[in-house]
Design a protein around this ligand. Sequence first.
Ligand code: IMP
Ligand code: MG
Length: 187
Amino acid sequence: MTDPSPVDRPSDPRLGGRQLQRIVYDAATIARRVGELGAEITDTYGSGDLLVVGLLKGSVIFVSDLVRAIRRPLQIDFLAASSYGAGMASSGTVRLVYDPETPLEGRHILVVEDIVESGRTMARLLDLLRQRGPATVEVCALLHKRIATALQEPVRFVGFDAPRDFLVGYGLDHAEDYRHLPYIASI
Ligand code: IMP
Ligand code: MG
């Protein structure tokens, strides 16, 4: 994809005058892919309870679209982990900030994440969730930078193989800004 010159960039009032590098996935592209992921997930699970666990806050927009594309019964919960401060570099430690302790025993757990980078966040959470006796645990990540060295297992459902840029929008933030952009852009 070519990088549009600043003059070609659509001005978006959501940005408050700030500049983005380029739009990497527009809203229509995301919607199409989320629909496909929903169908894939629908086809994967047979009988049994499905609990979709969204990781706060990055997955909120994605998970709300994704669950509406899954055509089977399910329940929704959330977990919050924090591996980033206000900057763009991972701090290396994964902290659980919110853990609702929903019973997971015997249920199919689908963890929904905005983006997998080092894989540390996911590896830590999968360890934790597996201790609670679920029937299965799978991950659905909208974006995967394909540089994860901390995650031993493959991510079952991936929306897009993402560029290694820092991305914002559709739930992804930089210092809590930009989560509400309906597209994903690099900054
Ligand atoms: P990991 O633990 O290194 O895989 O990082 C995953 C977490 O870091 C995600 O849940 C995001 O919150 C955050 N993150 C990683 N890359 C990006 C990015 O490009 N933009 C915004 N957040 C990111
Ligand atoms: Mg984040």
